[in-house]
Ligand binder design. Structure first.
Ligand code: NDP
Length: 433
């Protein structure tokens, strides 16, 4: 705490992992002897830089850029970039720390990192976003590379931003190094299914959890928060598996559509028109928009928080449990507050933490890296099959580890312990570095 003052989200993320590790340390004293815990919460490298750019009115703007290279014991640093006004070092470190364990759970050879900026892409023109991305990359390029650190998207960073970032990297380095960024467009080195992967993977995970209780998504009432990349494809896959998705949101409120959310309309409004979720209600008869409302208040059997950190609190949890909630799978990173997680677990609700449930995104990024390295491009079906297999194995590894440590059904403990031990063993093998 003293070394990282004021970084509340980072403290929360560390505490949440360390809370699960008591039994692991009892069984494995070698971790304490080699100070693995102390080392694992100190990033290998943290970069903070100035990002100057000129807006359409000719004004000079200054934002702050970050890249936290957290842990490379398993492979090159890997993790997204977030552009949102709330970004500061504590957010980037919480995300980077989570990423280390998530990437370990995927079983792929990738370390953990995260980055971003307090730049707000909302309301900016394409030209402004491009100039910002070019300026951001003009500093970042010297720190990244296929074998070093491979950024991707996150909140506020989608295909458009990755394109501008990759273009500037290529221009500065004179290298068509496809493997330096993931989330690229299909015609310039991207992978099919990457866009859908986080949302799809979250739903695959929810389905596996429900199957442990002889159920599935078929016929269940599903509520999703957010209406960005993760939310859109979580809704699409939930519907494909027979779920009845009735609500989604953005930071201004939520829409309720008891007839079932028209995902294609959400996609049109958010991905193509870059509009607000309120526009959905204006265009879809029978639906309503609740300004400033909390999406969880509509009640669900399956809740998929896919917006941002700490967006589902203890009051939301209580309301959801009363409405007959059976499962929660976190598409976002740390969307559920610790008190709400405890309440779900006490109530016997199946609960999948983000580092397991949303790992399909980064796993498919690793598949994109594989395709880039072999100059290959896989079909949608093949890539989705790989994603489905990875999500099943993450689910099973979390469940088996929870059993092994005497906490059956506790996916939080399972994910933390399984994610941690793989990284810790690699750190031991590599010596004190
Ligand atoms: P997007 O920027 O595409 O979408 C974010 C969505 O969440 C938007 O609808 C946004 O609304 C909404 N949102 C943001 N803040 C709030 C808030 N305070 N209250 C309600 N809604 C809010 O981001 P992604 O979909 O990519 O990311 C969503 C989450 O998933 C993040 O936690 C991210 O870290 C996590 N994640 C993403 C991965 C990916 O592959 N993209 C991989 C793994 C995790 P508005 O437009 O109003 O801001």
């Amino acid at each position: 705490l003293r070394r990282n003052p004021g970084e509340a989200e980072f403290h929360q993320a560390v505490r949440e992992v360390f809370d699960s590790l008591g039994p692991v340390l009892d069984k494995n004293p070698q971790y304490a002897d080699a100070a693995v815990l102390q080392r694992i919460c100190e990033p290998e490298r943290q970069i903070i830089f100035r990002v100057p750019w000129v807006d359409d009115a000719g004004q000079v703007n200054i934002n702050r850029g970050f890249r936290v290279e957290f842990n490379s014991a398993l492979g090159p640093f890997k993790g997204g970039l977030r552009f949102h006004p709330s970004v500061y070092l504590g957010i980037v470190k919480f995300l980077g720390f989570e990423q280390v364990f998530k990437n370990s759970l995927t079983g792929m050879p990738i370390g953990g990192g995260k980055g971003g900026s307090d730049f707000d892409p909302r309301g900016k023109s394409n030209g402004e976003v491009m100039r910002f991305c070019q300026s951001f990359m003009t500093e970042l390029y010297r720190h990244i590379g296929e074998y070093t650190d491979v950024p991707a998207g996150d909140i506020g960073v989608g295909g458009r931003e990755i394109g501008y970032l990759f273009g500037q990297y290529k221009r500065i380095t004179n290298r068509y190094e496809s493997g330096v960024l993931t989330g690229k467009g299909i015609s310039w080195g991207g992978s099919l299914v990457r866009t859908e992967a986080t949302g799809f993977g979250t739903v695959f995970f929810a389905q596996h959890m429900l199957e442990t209780r002889n159920g599935g998504l078929e016929g269940k009432r599903v509520v999703v928060s957010g209406s960005g990349n993760v939310a859109i494809y979580a809704m699409q896959k939930a519907q494909q598996l027979g779920g009845h998705v009735v609500a989604c949101s953005d930071s201004s409120g939520y829409v309720l559509d008891e007839a079932g959310i028209d995902v294609e309309l959400v996609r049109q409004i958010k991905e193509i028109e870059r509009g607000r979720i309120a526009d959905y209600a204006a265009r879809r008869p029978g639906s309503s928009f609740v300004e400033g409302g909390r999406v969880w208040s509509v009640g669900a059997e399956v809740a998929l928080p896919c917006a941002t950190q700490n967006e589902l609190d203890v009051d939301d949890a209580r309301a959801l449990i009363e409405s007959g909630l059976k499962a929660v799978a976190e598409g976002a990173n740390m969307p559920t507050t610790p008190e709400a997680v405890a309440l779900f677990q006490e109530a016997g609700v199946l609960f999948a933490p983000g580092k397991a449930a949303n790992a399909g995104g980064v796993a498919t990024s690793a598949l994109e890296m594989q395709q880039n390295a072999s100059r290959d491009a896989w079909t949608f079906e093949h890539t989705e099959e790989r994603l489905a297999g990875i999500m099943e194995s993450i689910h099973d590894r979390c469940a088996t580890t929870a059993d092994e440590y005497g906490q059956p059904g506790n996916y939080v403990a399972g994910a933390n312990i399984a994610g941690f031990t793989k990284v810790a063993d690699a750190m031991l093998a590599l010596g004190v570095i």
